[in-house]
Structures are given as structure tokens and as C-alpha cells.
Design a binder for this molecule. Structure first.
Ligand code: GUN
Ligand code: ZN
Length: 434
């Protein structure tokens, strides 16, 4: 017997396309809409009157009157072992890694610690309306095991991988080229494509990997075409200088990754702040993705992401929190900080583009647009319910709102955070309280 359907009613907002390219008609809003959910998927969506007319008499109907129901947010770059590093004072990237991050990540040798932090992390993402994330674990396979096991238990669509790191890190955080390869391979065999889980081959960055290890990562990418690759690129000037010293044959930082076959349509490069022209061109040519991490870039004093330059060069861009260099789990707050970063370079980012990016835009960056990122029949029912009047200050601000959706979205991202997330659904199941 199939379980009875669930219905979610509210102002259903989903994007069909990129508003930067097609304008506001990219958005589809049904003011009094409803979604019929069966087996964790969207079975139907439309006007509430029409959808609810077919509801069984005892059907569960979640009525979110006045609130926006959107596809769940997608975070394209985040570190789950850094939940206790967030907000660490006074250092830029390389010192921050040594002083805080590498100390904390050593605790993940203990599986019980991994499990406890994975639970906290996934709870927190749910509270923030984030239903999919691309996640760095630590060098310990146990950290990946715990993360995937907990994600599977919750039925969440998550992508993650074991950090590969064989130099310039504390001995207890180092693997070797061979061990990094073997452990990643075993994790891919066990978890990649299982249920809603995906694997990301994760050489941390060129600073902490030998040539042999980057070659091993490249071999994994060739052997597992469905796997993602994630790493960091051009975040900080001292980091860039370090990479150039360490790989004197490389013309640019990105050249190091290119040499080992790590560029491509499933490759995510965190930060991409201080790129040379040839690097921008190589990212575009290879269909690689640049992950924009505004709160991290501001917090670590790394630099200002030049989105317009990458857009004009046709580089694919995703948006991400980068917790714990990033300072907020909230994709709303992340979008607000992205807007401010762009303002510093005379660039703009309307609410429509920001909400497109957090949903369908990031889904496209991950090649997952046939599964998540929109609300339409056959898509997985990962949803976020947003209240534009969640706080007294937001309600007060909205008193002068004239009904323009773009303005409402902009207020939501500028003033909103977890308090504006009234509910989150993972595969059709409400996971935030009530
Ligand atoms: N580069 C290499 N590792 C990291 C990390 O953990 N956070 C950030 N922001 N940059 C990195
Ligand atoms: Zn990062």
C-alpha cells in the first residue's frame, strides 16, 4: 500500500531559469498554491484549489498561508568538522588553518566525536533551510563514514568526501598519496550513488598535497566519472605564493590542478578570488565551477569575489557558506554578504538572482537540476518555507512593502536568517520542529 500523500500549501515560488539571462519571468509564483507529495517526491503542484480538490478526506495538509514555499537551499562548499572553529579570532587563511582548524580536525580520529558533530551539523543545516550541501570531512575515513551514515538516516541529499592531505599539515592529519587513494576509493565504493548520497574527491588544496597525491586524486576522478572533485583555489595571497614556490613548473595556481586532471564540469573550486586571466579562461573552458563564499572571504580578509568577471567569461558560479571560515550557516545571510561584496566592486545582485542561485542555480552547478532545485512533478520534495515577517524588524520593514516580489526577496535575504525559516522538508518530511 502506498502511504497517503502529504500536502503543503503556501505561496509556491520556484525558478525555471536564470533571471540574469531571462529577467523576472524566470520565476514562477503561485500565490495560493499547493504541492502534493508522494514517496518523498513532488507528485503535483498548482493552484491550491485544484490540488486540494483531489486530497483524501484524512490527508495531512501543512498550511503555510502567507509564507513562501521554495526548493530547499543548496550550499556548494562547507566543512562539517569546523562547527567549533567558526568565529575564531584574528588570523588569515594559513595561520587560521594552523592555529584553529588543524587542531580541531584532529578530534575526528574518534568516531563518536564524528557522529556527534555530524548530527549537530545536519540539524543545523535543516534549521537553516539547507537541504543539500557539498561537504568537506577530515582526513579520517571515520569522519566520512559518520557523515554519510547520518545523512542516509535522515534521507538527505548530501555530497561529501575525505580530505586528502599528505604534507604541510600536522602528522596526525596526514595521509599518504597511496592511503588517500585507497581510503577514498573504498569510501566511493561504499557510499557513492547510495540513496541520495554523492562522493566528492577532496584534495584539500595544492598547499597540502604532494604531486603524487594530486595525481592519485586525478586517477580517482578518471576512474569515477560520477564523483565530484572539490578543492580550494586562489583564496589568499600568501597561499598563492606558497603554491607557486611548491610547484615552480606551474604557470598559475590552477595549472597545478589542471596538470593532474582535476578540472571539469563536476569540479568545484572554493573562493577563486585572485585569478589570472588564463585561470579564468581555463575554468570556463573546462566547465569547472567557482564557489563564491562571501562570509568566509570577508572574515578571513581574503578578498572580494569578482562575479561579473566570471559571468562575462562564462565561468559557472555557485554560492556557499564555507563554514567555519564562513561565519553563518544561513544561505540567506550568505546571499546578503554576497550582495555587499559585489557592491564593493560596483556590481549588483537583485533578490531574484540570489534566490535563483541558492536553489536552481546551485543545483545546476552540481548537475542535479533533474532532482532538486525546482518544485515540479518528479523532483525530490526538499523544501524551505520562508516568513518575510519573521522578526519584529522584518514585519515592520514589510509594512512599506507594495507587493513587489523582488523587494520581498531582497528583504528576506538582507534581514532573514534561521528565524525566517518556518519549516524545512527533506524528501517530503518536515524536519524543523512542528
Ligand atoms: N583552504 C584550505 N583549507 C581550507 C579551509 O578549511 N577553509 C578555507 N576557507 N580555505 C581553505
Ligand atoms: Zn573551504
Amino acid at each position: 500500500m502506498t502511504p497517503s500523500p502529504r500536502f503543503v500549501r503556501g505561496r509556491i515560488l520556484s525558478f525555471r531559469d536564470d533571471p540574469r539571462l531571462v529577467g523576472e519571468r524566470a520565476a514562477s509564483l503561485i500565490e495560493d498554491g499547493a504541492i502534493r507529495i508522494e514517496d518523498g517526491q513532488v507528485a503535483a503542484v498548482g493552484e491550491a484549489r485544484a490540488i486540494l480538490a483531489h486530497a483524501p478526506p484524512d490527508a495531512a495538509i501543512d498550511d503555510h498561508a502567507g509564507k513562501l514555499v521554495m526548493p530547499g537551499f543548496i550550499d556548494a562548499h562547507i566543512h562539517y568538522p569546523q562547527t567549533r572553529v567558526i568565529g575564531s579570532y584574528g588570523a588569515q587563511l594559513l595561520d587560521w588553518l594552523q592555529k584553529y582548524t588543524f587542531v580541531e580536525e584532529q578530534k575526528f580520529a574518534d568516531p563518536a566525536h564524528c557522529e556527534a558533530v555530524a548530527r549537530f551539523f545536519l540539524d543545523e543545516l535543516a534549521r537553516q533551510g539547507t537541504t543539500t550541501a557539498v561537504v568537506y570531512c577530515t582526513v579520517h575515513p571515520e569522519s566520512v563514514e559518520a557523515f554519510f551514515a547520518e545523512s542516509e538516516r535522515r534521507g538527505a541529499r548530501m555530497i561529501a568526501g575525505k580530505v586528502m592531505m599528505d604534507r604541510n599539515a600536522p602528522p596526525l592529519l596526514r595521509d599518504t598519496a597511496q592511503r588517500g587513494y585507497d581510503e577514498s576509493k573504498a569510501l566511493i565504493a561504499r557510499w557513492a550513488g547510495r540513496g541520495r548520497l554523492g562522493y566528492a574527491i577532496t584534495p584539500r588544496f595544492a598547499v597540502t598535497s604532494s604531486e603524487a597525491q594530486l595525481a592519485a586524486a586525478g586517477a580517482l576522478a578518471r576512474e569515477h566519472r560520477d564523483a565530484y572533485v572539490q578543492t580550494h583555489l586562489s583564496e589568499n595571497f600568501a597561499e598563492i605564493a606558497f603554491v607557486k614556490r611548491q610547484f615552480p613548473w606551474a604557470k598559475t595556481y590552477l595549472d597545478v590542478y589542471a596538470r593532474f586532471g582535476l578540472l571539469g564540469a563536476r569540479s568545484l573550486f572554493g573562493h577563486c578570488l585572485h585569478l589570472e586571466e588564463t585561470e579564468v579562461a581555463a575554468l570556463a573552458r573546462s566547465d569547472s565551477i567557482a564557489a563564491f563564499c562571501p562570509t568566509s572571504n570577508l572574515f578571513l580578509g581574503s578578498g572580494l569575489f569578482d562575479k561579473q568577471r566570471l559571468d562575462e567569461a562564462n565561468v559557472r558560479v555557485a554560492l556557499a557558506t564555507d563554514v567555519g571560515g564562513g561565519t553563518s550557516y544561513s544561505m540567506l545571510q550568505t546571499a546578503a554578504e554576497a550582495y555587499k561584496v559585489l557592491q564593493m566592486n560596483g556590481q549588483s545582485w537583485p533578490g531574484f538572482q540570489a534566490f535563483y542561485q541558492m536553489t536552481l542555480g546551485n543545483a545546476r552547478a552540481l548537475g542535479l537540476q533533474s532532482r532538486i532545485g525546482t518544485i515540479e512533478p518528479g523532483r525530490e520534495a526538499d523544501l524551505v518555507v520562508l516568513d518575510s515577517r519573521a522578526t519584529p524588524a522584518m514585519a515592520h520593514r514589510m509594512e512599506s512593502h507594495d507587493g513587489d516580489l523582488s523587494e520581498e526577496l531582497f528583504v528576506l535575504m538582507t534581514m532573514g536568517d534561521d528565524r525566517a525559516v518556518a519549516q524545512t522538508y527533506v524528501a517530503g518530511r518536515g524536519v524543523k520542529g512542528g
